[in-house]
Design a protein around this ligand. Structure first.
Ligand SMILES: *[C@@H]1O[C@H](CO)[C@@H](O)[C@H](O)[C@H]1NC(C)=O
Ligand SMILES: *[C@@H]1O[C@H](CO)[C@@H](O)[C@H](O)[C@H]1NC(C)=O
Ligand SMILES: *[C@@H]1O[C@H](CO)[C@@H](O)[C@H](O)[C@H]1NC(C)=O
Ligand SMILES: *[C@@H]1O[C@H](CO)[C@@H](O)[C@H](O)[C@H]1NC(C)=O
Ligand SMILES: *[C@@H]1O[C@H](CO)[C@@H](O)[C@H](O)[C@H]1NC(C)=O
Ligand SMILES: *[C@@H]1O[C@H](CO)[C@@H](O)[C@H](O)[C@H]1NC(C)=O
Length: 733
């Protein structure tokens, strides 16, 4: 639900004044106008008045919409759904009407920069700018794709008559726990067959309509509109540079994990120096790798701390977990949660109705009502999630005095980052001890446990980076037309190979549509915000830790990864000053308020992981790993027929995907490519693009779109995971 901005009823009397203003600029010599200007010392007064009403009316509409949205999400009945749709249609109509009025103001010429800024934000309506039939069609396309995605089922590998496995929880569980390469490959392939492949045609139409909508908002295409909130012409270059800064760390992690996977699965599955097969990394999209930690951690015998048992032993309840999180914020001299928050939040799964359990934080746009909805389990993961969600509420509280149009993160990456910054402190063993959840048991090897802790963090934070980057690299090019539908999938795999060093477990074709096997693609949720969030959260963390005196670059006893800002009012005041800005200032200013720098910079993240990076380099050198990767063994061609023909040299027919795959592994993608070079452009291209160390950065980066203001923040809200919430609805990654 991306409602984008709305605008309210403006008085007609504004119009004549407006004309005056415009003419005034054009011909200042006209005496009548000069006289008018003399009578009206503030020529922008009318616009200011319009905005004041717009702000008020927008707040009222967003409040109604959020309430209806909440009523449904927290009580899934037909009646509540109907009501929600009614209200959202009303609100959309209001927005559109106001938008027409807004864009008639000559706001680009306003002298007051703040006025200009608010008008600029209101001038982007989003897809509601389409004529009603087309708008409806676009909504239908995305809901159809979402519905395919959320109802997709596959059969069990070991029992072909059991065909009710869904993504959540079955396949998530399977990818997390199975160590059987065949079962994993089956799940990987079948999930894509049941989800993405069925969305290809819908997606093509979605792209065309989205671009039409973007044009109505005066953008060249949807990628430009998605990038708009980042307010920088060179934003793509900025992101590319960040990735270049991070790539050496990622490649070391990649080389090390590949070796561990090879030990686990054998050389037939995992090559020594190629890309990593995508089905073995513990998650459907290979975007976070935490689930392979238990056989790949540097010190397997010394697992990272798990406070889940302590939480249960000490009788924690969901409420007490949230009180603990609140206490963290209060210790930083930030706000306590208002009474209404405790009254209206849903912190436990209710027994008397169906609800959407996905954790989310909600702003109701009346400056009083803020809520979290989370089916809290009493365990460590949910404890972090509670802190994370409360980070969103804290942001809401701090900017509640701002005009409605500024009640959002400085850019879409900021909202996500705040909660994660808290989690970086909360998850340290030091903090867990301080709150009595971790006891020192006997002597421990601190170096080994620190390394393990960092490694686990890296599997979540570092592994995620290239994925978070390429998701929108691909979509930017799709929207701007430089990648056309006949090359959607092969282009996707080229990026996956180039940036992540990942390859599909079997050959792919343009009859597959693997991007569509990911929620945010079919649900039209921009992704670069997560990349931004992952980079800047470490910038924030470093700055706040310096402020708190918990990190000293010259003191080996105070490394960044061990810093806990708990109790530092100095750090809290600094962060608070930034949160209070909302989006009223360009984000570099907000960034500067905390970090002293106006640029995004990956060095915070690199500082944090430095000890791990040094260790990985030494370890990879010791075992002689190739850092980087050679070309993939997998082909990507236009059609499945073509794939068949490529394989025919052996006269093997085939059919069964597994068989084919095996044979393909023997043949190698390169051979396949040679067999029909003209048919396999992607293979050749991929090989060229992927020269490991040389991998040229592709052109990149843009950004997301209009904040789904209304719904409560889900959009920003986030993840119920401590980590990267990989899947899920708008609010997760
Ligand atoms: C859920 O919504 C229905 C209306 O569809 C309402 O009658 C019921 O009281 C609601 N339940 C709760 C617990 O709010
Ligand atoms: C296979 O699945 C079907 C349907 O769920 C079930 O009835 C049957 O018992 C299963 N067979 C085995 C061998 O588990
Ligand atoms: C790692 O986890 C998997 C799945 O949860 C389990 O089967 C396996 O035994 C674990 N391995 C180790 C070394 O603990
Ligand atoms: C698009 O640009 C045209 C020409 O500058 C302008 O008249 C129109 O109001 C703009 N539309 C929007 C939605 O900003
Ligand atoms: C806490 O914040 C308030 C403003 O919100 C400020 O006036 C006060 O000085 C701060 N306290 C400390 C100890 O920094
Ligand atoms: C699309 O954007 C890419 C950068 O991502 C650029 O290289 C390319 O020239 C653009 N293509 C078109 C058709 O605008």
């Amino acid at each position: 639900m991306t409602w984008d901005r709305m605008a309210p009823g403006a008085p007609l009397r504004l119009v004549p004044l407006l004309v005056l203003v415009v003419l005034g600029l054009v011909s200042a010599l006209d005496p009548a106008l000069e006289e008018a200007a003399a009578r009206d010392p503030d020529p922008e007064a009318a616009a200011r008045e319009y905005l004041r009403e717009l702000d008020h009316d927008t707040g009222v509409h967003l409040n109604r919409a959020s309430l209806a949205e909440w009523a449904y999400a927290s009580n899934l009945t037909e009646h509540n759904l109907k009501r929600k749709l009614e209200v959202s249609a009303e609100v959309a109509a209001f927005q559109k009407e106001a938008w027409h009025r807004t864009v008639h103001f000559p706001w680009q010429t306003f002298r007051d920069p703040d006025l200009r800024r608010q008008f600029r934000k209101y001038s982007v309506l989003g897809s509601a700018a389409l004529p009603p039939e087309k708008f409806e069609k676009l909504e239908k396309l995305t809901s159809e794709m979402e519905s395919i995605y959320s109802t997709a089922k596959i059969c069990d590998y070991f029992n072909q008559t059991k065909c009710d496995l869904s993504l959540e929880p079955d396949l998530v569980e399977l990818l997390t726990h199975s160590r059987d390469a065949n079962e994993l490959r089956h799940a990987w392939v079948e999930w894509r067959r049941a989800s993405g492949e069925k969305c290809r045609g819908l997606f093509e139409r979605y792209v065309a309509l989205s671009n039409e909508a973007a044009a109505l908002n005066n953008f060249t295409d949807m990628s430009e509109m998605w990038l708009e909130p980042y307010e920088a012409k060179d934003f793509r270059d900025q992101v590319r540079e960040l990735w270049e800064q991070l790539r050496p760390l990622y490649e070391q992690l990649h080389a090390y994990v590949r070796r561990k996977l090879q030990e686990q699965y054998g050389e037939a599955e995992v090559s020594r120096d190629g890309p990593i097969p995508a089905h073995l990394l513990g998650e459907m999209w290979s975007s976070t790798w935490k689930n392979v930690a238990n056989f790949s951690a540097p010190a397997v015998a010394q697992p990272p701390p798990d406070v889940s048992p302590a939480l249960k032993q000490q009788g924690y309840t969901p409420l007490r977990i949230f009180k603990l999180a609140e206490e963290f914020f209060i210790s930083l001299n930030m706000s306590a949660m208002p009474d209404l928050f405790w009254e209206r939040s849903i912190l436990e799964k209710p027994a008397d109705r169906e609800i959407t359990c996905h954790a989310s934080a909600w702003d109701f746009y009346d400056a009083k009502d803020f809520r979290i909805k989370q089916c809290t389990r009493v365990d460590m993961e949910h404890m972090f999630t509670a802190h994370h969600e409360m980070g969103h509420i804290q942001y809401f509280l701090q900017y509640k005095h701002q005009p409605v149009v500024y009640r959002e993160g400085a850019n879409p990456g900021f909202h996500e980052a705040v909660g994660d910054v808290m989690s970086l402190s909360v998850s340290t063993p030091k903090h867990l001890r301080q709150v009595g959840l971790l006891r020192d048991e006997g002597p421990r090897d601190d170096d080994a446990s620190a390394l393990n802790y960092l490694f686990l963090q890296a599997l979540q934070k570092v592994a995620f980076l290239p994925y978070a980057y390429l998701m929108d690299l691909w979509r930017w090019d799709v929207f701007n037309g430089s990648v056309t539908s006949d090359e959607y999938n092969c282009r996707w795999w080229r990026l996956r190979e180039q940036y992540q060093g990942i390859e599909p477990p079997v050959d792919r074709t343009e009859e597959d549509f693997d991007p569509g096997a990911k929620y945010h693609i079919v649900a039209s949720v921009p992704y670069i915000r997560y990349f931004v969030s992952y980079v800047i959260q470490f910038q924030f963390h470093r700055a706040l830790c310096l402020e708190a005196g918990q990190f000293d670059p010259n003191d080996p006893m105070k490394p960044l990864y061990a810093c806990d800002i708990y109790g530092s009012t100095a750090a809290g005041n600094k962060l608070k000053a930034m949160l209070q800005l909302g989006s009223s200032r360009p984000w570099p200013e907000a960034l500067e308020a905390v970090t002293g720098s106006r640029r995004m910079d990956a060095s915070g993240l690199l500082d944090y992981f430095k000890p791990l990076y040094e260790w990985l380099k030494a370890e990879n050198a010791r075992t002689g790993e190739r850092v980087g990767w050679g070309p993939s063994r997998r082909a990507c061609v236009s059609t499945r027929d073509e794939l068949e023909r490529l394989r025919r040299p052996d006269d093997m027919m085939d059919a069964n995907k597994m068989e084919v795959d095996k044979m393909d592994a023997e043949m190698g993608g390169a051979v396949a490519a040679a067999a029909a070079p003209e048919a396999v452009p992607e293979v050749a291209a991929a090989a060229a693009a992927v020269v490991p160390e040389a991998a040229a950065p592709a052109a990149d980066a843009p950004v997301p779109a209009p904040a789904p203001a209304a719904v409560a923040a889900p959009s920003d809200s986030v993840a119920d995971e401590v980590v990267p919430a990989a899947e899920a609805p708008v609010d997760r990654r």
